[in-house]
Design a protein around this ligand. Structure first.
Ligand SMILES: Cc1cc2nc3c(=O)[nH]c(=O)nc-3n(C[C@H](O)[C@H](O)[C@H](O)COP(=O)(O)O)c2cc1C
Length: 162
């Protein structure tokens, strides 16, 4: 996913994070793991908010550009040619090119030796038309991207039923 945050002055930041997991259903809590040095973590420490944007195959190159190391305060979305729009309940914006934007408020953190797990309660969602089918992610349409390693990714383009 692509995590958008703002610092205390409202400057936008975006970074890809692949160490992600849902941890609670009700209320929904989403967690990801990030380095203590990331601007993403610094911004969340300042504001207690982030938006998790679903990354698709269509924006893989732009997402990768957001992963480059830019100085604090640089808006990676601008560098990558991505667009953003105001969120409903949090200050960080949603990424327009991403089919789902999950607005989160910091719930808890868990400190590891080099990485910190940041868990946020999903307080609002922006899901674009065609993203869901029968209440599930329409993967054939959306083609979500899963990070394998380095520059390798898995494109989720079909489902299987038991
Ligand atoms: C596909 C991809 C997945 C990544 N996943 C993570 C991750 O899960 N946690 C993390 O700390 N950094 C991850 N990174 C590295 C950060 O995105 C990178 O260090 C970025 O510059 C951090 O940006 P920030 O300082 O603006 O927060 C990933 C990079 C890429 C390209």
């Amino acid at each position: 996913m692509l995590v958008t945050t703002v610092d205390k002055n409202g400057r936008i930041n975006a970074a890809p994070m692949s160490f992600v997991m849902p941890v609670e259903m009700d209320p929904p809590i989403l967690a990801f793991s990030t380095s203590y040095e990331s601007d993403t973590y610094r911004n969340i420490s300042e504001t207690g908010e982030f938006v998790a944007n679903l990354v698709t195959a269509e924006v893989k190159k732009q997402m990768y550009i957001c992963g480059r190391s830019f100085p604090r305060g640089v808006n990676e979305l601008e560098k990558a040619g991505l667009h953003w729009e105001p969120s409903k309940k949090v200050k960080p914006p949603g990424v327009v090119e991403c089919p789902a934007n999950l607005e989160c408020k910091l719930e808890w953190t868990h400190e590891g030796p080099e990485y910190i797990v940041v868990a946020g309660r999903v307080v609002a969602m922006n899901v674009r038309k065609g993203t869901l089918r029968a209440g599930k992610l329409n993967v054939e349409q959306v083609k979500p991207l899963l990070h394998l390693s380095g520059k390798s990714f898995i494109i989720g383009d079909h489902t299987t039923e038991l």
